[in-house]
Design a binder for this molecule. Structure first.
Ligand code: UDX
Ligand code: UDX
Length: 459
């Protein structure tokens, strides 16, 4: 079949894979190739056991794979043939040199730009899909223009706003699609070509076009604002625990104001995930690099508050268990950074586990999907850790349960049976306010919610 255009995506990860699957589904007249340097990942994309779990993804991949959706490691040939190249390689926080721990490590991005120049034989639109520091496109353009001869590259920013677990829904029913381009004839025409892709299923009014720098920066700011709401509510949860105000009641009361809105007001043990911390630290680094120290400090405090919430939670566990936790068994229900994913990147459970191990606690970890990743995260860490797929076995003989992830299935467990199997006094520290605290208290547990009055049997 003759295709109208060829789209290539470099990087078959959490972002590239689902995004391209949906584009292939909605634009059957385009050929979509997804390439990656990791052969194993590509093999998985070509099987029924995809490398990432997202509800609805497998069905779409199965429908389009081999028709207009192709996964391979054949980067060079695909660069040569592509009209539009999305770049979705990872941009982790730098671990070395200038900006270590804050700035984005752009080595994969730069290597990709060099590879594109080397193999391109015709004009191309290059789309930044990875989250990048503002003005990255400028550096990319320099590399692309350096050796391009007569070939023209137009760099466009089209950031992703996918949330893990709902990536397909976020793509199909996007609140908005953001496309940033230079305000030149070439820039506007490239922006139109990318808009044409999304027009296949996104209503026109939800496609926002901006200048290149606004688009790049908007992605960082969207994540910074979301994370800021969580740090704000978490900071108030600490105050609630001192004053007997109730954080859920406050979240409901303030969230009912349409100017504030009710989303991202759920208190927690702290936010995790691959993006929030990385993107905020990147924003902090950028602000500092322009000498905007007050701006940098303001946003850094969002991360500081998140670290405080995690350490405050562990301090509470230790204090409430009579300041003697060494040798006791504490079981974590949940290790993923949020429910409905096996992803544990930056999960607060990692820090909680490490802090408990430092206190010589015997830690047992139970999670419906994240045990394998937990093992990788905690590899080489000294201490007594066990992993248990059965929640009842995990809880048996524990002194305390810690709810670290808000998995729905934790709500349906038989807590009377669990209580009977535990050491007494039995404690529950609910870092997600997931469970029915009054009911647990009635069973006999000493219950420590987050940002709410504790329910204990001690006089
Ligand atoms: C990544 C970035 O981390 C995020 O900031 C951005 O918004 C989108 O891209 P994600 O898709 O979650 O997010 O990353 P990951 O799952 O690690 O996928 C990146 C893929 O790129 C990996 O499969 C990796 O093998 C591949 N890659 C990396 C290449 O194909 N070539 C490279 O040179 C480097
Ligand atoms: C986030 C953004 O939502 C998404 O738009 C962006 O593209 C990538 O980063 P993700 O990391 O998948 O997505 O998860 P998200 O649902 O935003 O949750 C992030 C963290 O915040 C989780 O640890 C979650 O448990 C926590 N959270 C979320 C809260 O603690 N309280 C809330 O009210 C909401």
């Amino acid at each position: 079949m003759e295709f109208k255009k060829r789209i290539l995506c470099i990087g078959a990860g959490y972002v590239g894979g689902p995004t391209m699957a949906v584009i292939a589904l909605k634009c059957p007249e385009y050929r979509v190739d997804v390439v990656d340097i990791n052969q194993e990942r590509i093999n998985a994309w070509n099987s029924d056991d995809l490398p990432i779990f997202e509800p609805g993804l497998l069905e779409i991949v199965k429908e389009r794979r081999g028709k207009n959706l192709f996964f391979s490691t054949n980067t060079e040939e695909n660069i040569t043939k592509a009209d539009i190249i999305f770049v979705s390689v990872n941009t982790p926080t730098k671990t070395f040199g200038e900006g270590a721990g804050m700035a984005s490590d752009l080595q994969y991005w730069e290597a990709t730009a060099h590879q594109i120049v080397k193999h391109a034989q015709s004009d191309k639109i290059i789309v930044e899909k990875s989250t990048l520091p503002v003005r990255t496109a400028e550096a990319m353009e320099r590399i692309l223009k350096m050796h391009s001869g007569n070939i023209k590259f137009e760099v466009i920013s089209n950031p992703e706003f996918l949330s893990e677990g709902t990536a397909i829904k976020d793509l199909l029913e996007a609140d908005r699609v953001l496309i940033g381009a230079h305000d030149t004839k070439e820039g506007n025409s490239a922006s139109q070509e990318i808009t044409d892709i999304y027009r296949h299923w996104i209503p026109e009014e939800r496609i926002i076009t901006t200048n290149l720098w606004s688009s790049e920066l908007s992605k960082l700011i969207a994540n910074a604002f979301l994370a800021q709401r969580i740090s704000s509510i978490n900071s108030i949860s600490a105050l609630c625990e001192k004053t007997d105000a109730d954080i859920s009641e406050i979240a409901h009361a303030i969230g009912s104001d349409s100017r504030i809105g009710n989303k991202f007001l759920q208190t927690s043990v702290g936010f995790g995930g691959s993006c929030f911390k990385k993107d905020i630290l990147n924003l902090v680094y950028i602000a500092k690099s322009y000498g905007l120290y007050e701006v940098a400090d303001y946003w850094e405090s969002v991360v500081t508050m998140n670290e405080y919430q995690k350490s405050r939670f562990v301090r509470k566990i230790i204090k409430e268990m009579f300041n003697t936790v060494a040798g006791k068994k504490i079981t974590l229900f949940g290790f993923a950074f949020k429910a409905n994913t096996g992803d544990t990147r930056e999960s607060p459970a990692i820090d909680i586990t490490k802090a408990l191990l430092d206190e010589n606690v015997r830690v047992t970890i139970h999670d419906p999907k994240a045990i394998e990743n937990a093992k990788i995260d905690l590899k080489g860490i000294d201490g007594n850790i066990t992993y248990e797929t059965d929640p009842y076995k995990a809880a048996a003989n524990s002194n305390a349960l810690v709810i670290a992830t808000e998995w729905d299935q934790f709500k349906d467990l038989d807590y009377s049976q669990i209580y009977k199997s535990m050491e007494k006094p039995a404690f529950i520290f609910d870092g997600r306010n997931l469970l029915d605290h009054k009911k647990l208290f009635g069973i006999g547990f000493n219950v420590y919610p987050t940002g709410k009055q504790q329910l204990t049997h001690f006089s």
